[in-house]
Design a protein around this ligand. Structure first.
Ligand code: 13P
Length: 248
């Protein structure tokens, strides 16, 4: 049985003090929530966020990591650094990182392997552009992203990964995919994973939907057969709205 995960990706928003205030506000609103709750603030907020979330059911994740253990990589953050401050999850391969920071399927795969090596749970993002959807290559494109991202990952490790299907045309646009559109891709991702591993393994992997998830559509999305929660941007910056999503 897969547990619903409501994950907030704060992107480049909130200073450390704002992050702490927001977590303190959210804590009470999600106490007793049956779903898993995750917040992913920026690197500089992580330490304060982990401390603020202590004793609550809110988990903290980073938005990126480097695929090497350590070394001359100015400006980068390692898995070990994240582990030491108590971070448990890490978003990998978000479309904004792929588009603006030249991340490729290969670096995404290397980062997933690195996260697993340090027992961080990867939230692995995939998703098509509007043009790809219109050209009817969505399924092929997502399958190629998934196949490379899961390369050299054992069956046992695969079940630790959370996949987030985020169609790029739905991110930050207010244009949320219909629950049927979102579910058919999540279902196809699961079939692709069953092909790489087996059905049992695929059935144990959580697949989230992301892209303009809001308090009004979350419950319907999360009730779909192959959607196991959401990766939420804008609405995760509003504690009232995000708590409704977490409780959906
Ligand atoms: P929005 O919810 O703001 O569309 O962002 C989605 C997203 O990119 C989460 O990672």
């Amino acid at each position: 049985m897969r547990k619903i995960l409501a994950a907030g990706n704060w992107k480049m928003n909130n200073t450390p003090s704002q992050a702490v205030a927001m977590i303190n506000e959210l804590k009470g609103k999600v106490a007793g929530c049956k779903n898993d709750v995750l917040l992913c603030p920026t690197f500089v907020c992580l330490d304060a966020a982990v401390k603020a979330a202590e004793g609550s059911n809110i988990k903290i994740g980073a938005q990126n990591l480097h695929f090497e253990d350590k070394g001359a990589y100015t400006g980068e953050i390692s898995a070990q650094m994240l582990r030491e401050i108590g971070v448990e999850y890490v978003i990998i391969g978000h479309s904004e990182r792929r588009e603006y920071f030249a991340e490729t399927d290969d670096t995404v795969n290397a980062k997933v392997i690195q996260a697993l090596k340090y027992e961080l749970i990867p939230v692995l993002c995939c998703g098509e552009t509007l043009k790809q959807r219109e050209d009817k290559v969505t399924f092929d494109f997502i399958r190629s992203q998934i196949k490379i991202a899961f390369r050299n990952i054992s069956k046992e490790d695969a079940t630790k990964i959370v996949v987030a299907y985020e169609p790029i045309w739905a991110i930050g646009t207010g244009k949320v995919a219909t629950s049927e559109q979102a579910n058919e891709v999540c279902k196809d991702i699961r079939e692709c994973l069953a092909g790489i591993y087996d059905k049992e393994t695929a059935d144990n992997i959580r697949i989230l939907y992301g892209g303009s998830v809001n308090k009004d559509c979350a419950a319907e999305l999360f009730a779909m057969s192959d959607i196991d929660g959401g990766l939420v941007g804008g609405a995760s910056l509003k504690p009232d709205d995000f708590s409704i999503i977490c409780n959906a």
